[in-house]
Design a binder for this molecule. Sequence first.
Ligand SMILES: Cc1cc2nc3c(=O)[nH]c(=O)nc-3n(C[C@H](O)[C@H](O)[C@H](O)COP(=O)(O)O)c2cc1C
Length: 195
Amino acid sequence: MLVTEEILGDVKRRLQAAVATRRHAMHAPVVVDPTGDARIMVLRGVDDGLATLRFHTDARSPKAALFARGAAATVLAYDPDERVQLRMKGVARIERAGPMADAAWAATSTMGRRCYLAEHAPGVPVAAPGATLPQALGQRRPTLEESEAGRTNFAVLLVSVLEIDWLQLDSRGGTRAVLRRAGLDAPWQGGWVSP
Ligand SMILES: Cc1cc2nc3c(=O)[nH]c(=O)nc-3n(C[C@H](O)[C@H](O)[C@H](O)COP(=O)(O)O)c2cc1C
């Protein structure tokens, strides 16, 4: 099998398992923005072409402004049991409206929607520790109707992968491959590199 097929198949299998399984080591990778700032985000979806690694976020958060259309993004994940690191670079965009955001919101549980009901944007100084949820919702799950108020603060972050650096550690020094494509319609190219 070609290196590109082998590695792409491996990456897709790992990421699809990571989306489906909360306890998967790659369920919550590090996402790096163009300024170099980094944060953990839950990987919510991945399509076969790696054109959309999907994350959910608060549209008011600083990162939502940083990931303007075409901004560079790096997604970094590590599975310690399998000793595999995936370093994926690509271009990002934020979608607040449209079919992707609507479908993602529709599939989000009322508990998942609760954080989008916070009265203050993430990172805003507040007088007391903790979340700034409306008082009535501090201790309970919102109803479906109550949760709809969060839709305006909800956004999807989509990362289209253009470069994959795949590293598997082992006792002999490891195996590493780097693949790149010039654009989403361009073929993947690359191969094994020295770890
Ligand atoms: C396990 C874990 C999962 C997280 N998942 C998300 C997520 O899916 N989306 C998100 O916006 N923030 C998530 N966060 C919070 C971010 O890491 C970050 O603190 C927050 O979004 C503010 O980031 P910003 O200031 O860069 O916008 C998660 C944090 C942890 C620890």
